[in-house]
Design a protein around this ligand. Structure first.
Ligand code: NAD
Length: 318
């Protein structure tokens, strides 16, 4: 039984599959050669991340395929409905990277509360001659403890972020139109605790949060969730993180809000027009930047590989 992991898969996932008798190929095949390669090798399971697209041409012309697997969350690169109509099983691993994204959000929160990102940019060039100037510049940091974090979208990643933020002593305001409350399970040094958080209105969140983090899918209408109107309602000097999807925050409105000091600092892991983000964002000295690495930890790669392996093995057991 042949599996093609066209965008790679963790060693732990490969081991699990090979131990169950599967043959796993990890050499990347170019998009234009995929149909031929799958047919020549009678591939039954094609695994992808975000690079390879599984469109109708593959679904229609590769009769050996039984499972399409996406390591990660978004399925924009797969024609899921069409594949299902044709009787294929489509699997993904939505929960495997929630913790990784939450930790990156915490890294950005700490970074934008103490200007760590900006200090890191300036110290190599100016640290030797202007140490005291930089020290003065970055000496106006704030602590996370006691501050309020507004979380927009209280699903897997939102709740994982809340868990870390609660651990850091923050208060949480959560907005999610599809949820009234959520129970966050904390495990601190083996002592278990459950914290119930009632969700609140968007207005309440915007006007009372010191930090805001977004964890929503991109709305189907393509409109930003945070734009000029929402920025206006926020506290002066608010700090904001987007590790959801580029465009969930209106990037132009963000630049304006940073310029007017409505927003004091921002952190972005996701951008409109990836992989070519706007230069204006990249060059803004008030934005902490990462290139869409929220889910990309070694632990998440292992969990993704293992979850895919489990689902494939279970399918063939039936
Ligand atoms: P999830 O489905 O578990 O949670 C999303 C939540 O958002 C749901 O509870 C839903 O009810 C809520 N929601 C939907 N529309 C909303 C709106 N208009 N306002 C407020 N809440 C709304 O998803 P998740 O796994 O937590 O992922 C959240 C986001 O993170 C997604 O956009 C995903 O693409 C993104 N993500 C980013 C990375 C990264 O590398 N940076 C990695 C994984 C996921």
């Amino acid at each position: 039984m042949k599996i093609l992991a066209n965008d790679g898969i963790s060693k732990s996932g490969i081991d699990q599959l090979e131990n169950a008798g599967f043959n796993v190929e990890t050499k990347h095949v170019n998009q234009s050669d995929l149909v031929n390669h799958i047919n020549e090798n009678k591939i039954e399971v094609i695994l992808v991340r975000s690079a390879t697209e599984i469109r109708n041409d593959i679904i229609d012309h590769c009769p050996s395929i039984k499972i399409i697997g996406r390591g990660g969350v978004g399925m924009d690169n797969i024609n899921v409905e069409y594949a299902k109509e044709k009787g294929l099983l489509v699997i993904n691993t939505p929960a495997a990277s929630s913790q990784s994204v939450a930790e990156l959000v915490m890294a950005h929160l700490f970074s934008i509360s103490r200007s760590v990102f900006e200090s890191n940019r300036n110290m190599p060039e100016n640290g030797e001659n202007d140490f005291k100037v930089l020290k003065k510049k970055y000496a106006k940091g704030i602590e996370l403890r006691g501050k309020t974090l507004g979380i927009i979208g209280f699903g897997r990643i939102g709740q994982n972020t809340a868990k870390y933020a609660l651990g850091a002593g923050m208060n949480i305001l959560a907005y999610d139109p599809f949820m009234e409350k959520a129970s966050i399970e904390m495990d601190i040094a083996g002592q278990k605790m459950e914290v119930t958080i009632d969700t609140t209105s968007m207005e309440e969140l915007l006007s009372n949060s010191d930090f805001i983090s977004l964890h929503v899918p991109m709305p189907k209408d393509g409109n930003a969730i945070i734009g000029n109107n929402e920025f206006e309602k926020m506290k002066d000097g608010v700090r904001i993180v987007n590790a959801a999807r580029g465009g969930v925050i209106d990037e132009k409105a963000l630049i304006n809000a940073l310029h007017s000091n409505k927003v004091s600092f921002a952190a972005l892991d996701v951008f409109v027009g990836e992989p070519k983000p706007s230069k204006e964002l990249l060059n803004n000295e008030k934005i902490s930047l990462t290139p869409h690495i929220g889910a990309a930890t070694l632990e998440a790669q292992d969990r993704i590989g293992e979850e895919l392996a489990e689902k494939i093995i279970n399918f063939y057991k039936k």
